[in-house]
Ligand binder design. Structure first.
Ligand code: NAD
Length: 469
């Protein structure tokens, strides 16, 4: 743990497992209630002075931390791959994106403008003054353990908030490295604490504390709803980035070869453990066979192996839970009549490796259709006309990302308007950019990360009506 600048070993520790080898590679501290109280006291003290700190100083700290991350990228990315399993090139990209995120929000610190309103009474000054919302609790998962933390810490710190970060216990090192880079860059030690332990105990303790004014969480839908209910008891605002189950409409006018190739890369990125991962492919009837054949061939061409081996395209799943979930999803689909076109099995018997998998003829009530696989499993179904494709895409209770492949501008516009999701990619799966809002609708949560909208989640707008004096 890192509390008020001091590293704490904790009384109790949790083992960390390398998902490629199943070896224990380290351990992380478990916070006690006393540790959490110290982190709260630091956050309270830190907020008192950080909110008054010059914005130029806040920006300077973030920019310096970004260059430290770039200097340390080899070490941090290697740790990320060892803890999380994904291929090293993707870990390096994640750390580079953390640096970009720090820099982008450093800019926002300087552009955090208020407004002067036209005065209703002569001589009055009516102003809208942005203020940091207060001490923040940030709870982040293991799938992008550095970037998802950076997307919360950077706008909070830029706005003048203090933060208590609880990263996933399975992937502590890179979140810790972000904190270390910020402290080395001159962030006052009270402004950021990092704690690990029992997630339920930590979130309850921190959300219930009067010190905390904002909760931001990325993770599963059930946990998000639980945290929102806890926060609701205290009327505290939340940002919730929860799961997805992304639909992909492949229209008959699409470039089928390109769509199939991009889909295999998109589906296997981070072994499918991405909340925007493309999963439910709805393909127009006329091109269905060609798409399935090409998609399967492209998935078969993905080399699965240790993330540290440069010849691997896809690494291990991050933990044993995901491996078991993949096996359950495939067995359940098979038992309901699905065809496994390719994949469907664990690879080897050491490390959590699973084959890129394509299922067809999947029943509507199958697990694969009902829950986000959060792994390298894609489903192909068909539709006749666009109305049917849109209805199928929108039948999910979640709405994070949605995609379409088409060469028709008219179809693209219609899908952009009608897909019930927070982000739409047309002929592309890239929907997460530092400068753009990222957030879902329906059960996928509320609030944004990234862009001006992400920054706004950490700002309160105080209205001042100053008459006379
Ligand atoms: P989980 O729901 O147990 O945990 C998800 C995250 O929430 C973890 O980081 C965990 O430490 C934290 N968490 C769990 N209970 C908590 C609590 N009471 N208070 C605070 N934090 C808590 O799920 P999991 O097994 O890690 O993953 C299962 C599913 O969650 C995945 O299949 C996926 O659907 C979803 N998920 C989504 C994202 C995302 O980016 N939106 C990330 C990770 C997991």
């Amino acid at each position: 743990m890192l509390i008020a600048g001091s590293r704490r070993p904790g009384l109790d520790r949790i083992s960390i497992i390398d998902p490629s080898t199943e070896q224990v590679i380290g351990s992380v501290a478990k916070a006690s209630a006393a540790d959490l109280d110290e982190a709260l006291a630091a956050a309270e003290a830190g907020f008192r002075f950080w909110k008054r700190e010059a914005t130029a100083k806040r920006a300077e700290v973030l920019i310096r931390a970004a260059s430290l991350l770039r200097e340390r990228i080899d070490e941090i990315a290697t740790d990320l791959t060892r803890e999380q399993g994904r291929v090293l090139a993707q870990s390096r990209l994640e750390i580079a994106l953390c640096a970009e995120t720090f820099e982008w929000f450093a800019g926002e610190a300087l552009r955090n403008y208020g407004r002067i309103l036209p005065a209703r009474i002569a001589g009055a000054r009516q102003m809208v003054v942005p203020e940091p919302i207060g001490p923040v609790v940030a709870l982040t998962p293991w799938n992008f353990p550095a970037l998802l933390a950076a997307r919360k810490i950077a706008p909070a710190i830029a706005a003048g908030c203090s933060v208590i970060l609880k990263p996933a216990e399975e992937t502590p090192a890179c979140a810790f490295a972000l904190g270390q880079a910020l402290l080395d860059a001159g962030l006052p030690k009270e402004v950021l604490s990092i704690v690990f332990g029992d997630p339920g105990q930590i979130s309850s303790h921190l959300i219930d504390s009067a010190v905390i004014r904002k909760i931001t969480f990325t993770g599963s839908v059930p946990v998000g709803k639980l945290l929102a209910a806890q926060a609701g008891r205290h009327a505290k605002p939340c940002t919730l980035e929860l799961g997805g189950h992304a639909p992909v409409i492949v229209a008959e006018d699409a470039d089928v070869a390109a769509a199939a190739a991009i889909s295999a890369i998109g589906k296997t990125r981070n072994a499918g453990q991405v909340c925007t991962s493309p999963t439910r492919f709805y393909v127009q009837q006329r091109i269905r066979d060609e798409f399935v054949e090409r998609f399967a061939a492209n998935l078969n061409g993905i080399t699965v192996g240790d993330g540290l081996d440069p010849s691997s395209d896809m690494g291990a799943l991050a933990n044993e839970r995901r491996l078991l979930a993949m096996q359950d999803i495939v067995n359940d689909a098979r038992s309901r009549g699905a065809e496994v076109v390719t994949g469907g099995n664990r690879i080897g018997n050491r490390g959590y490796f699973f084959q890129p998998t394509l299922l067809t003829s999947v029943a509507g009530d199958a697990l694969a259709m009902q829950t986000e696989p959060f792994g390298p499993i894609a489903i192909v179904s068909t539709f006749d006309d666009l109305d049917e494709g849109i209805a199928l895409a929108n039948q999910s209770p979640v709405g994070l990302a949605g995609y379409a492949f088409t060469r028709s501008a008219g179809t693209a516009v219609r899908l952009q308007e009608e897909l019930e999701v927070g982000m739409v990619g047309i002929n592309s799966f890239a929907v997460s950019h530092t400068e753009a809002p990222f957030g879902g609708v329906k059960d996928s949560g509320y609030g944004y990360e990234g862009g001006l909208e992400g920054f706004a989640g950490y700002v309160h707008h105080k209205y001042v009506n100053h008459v006379g004096g």
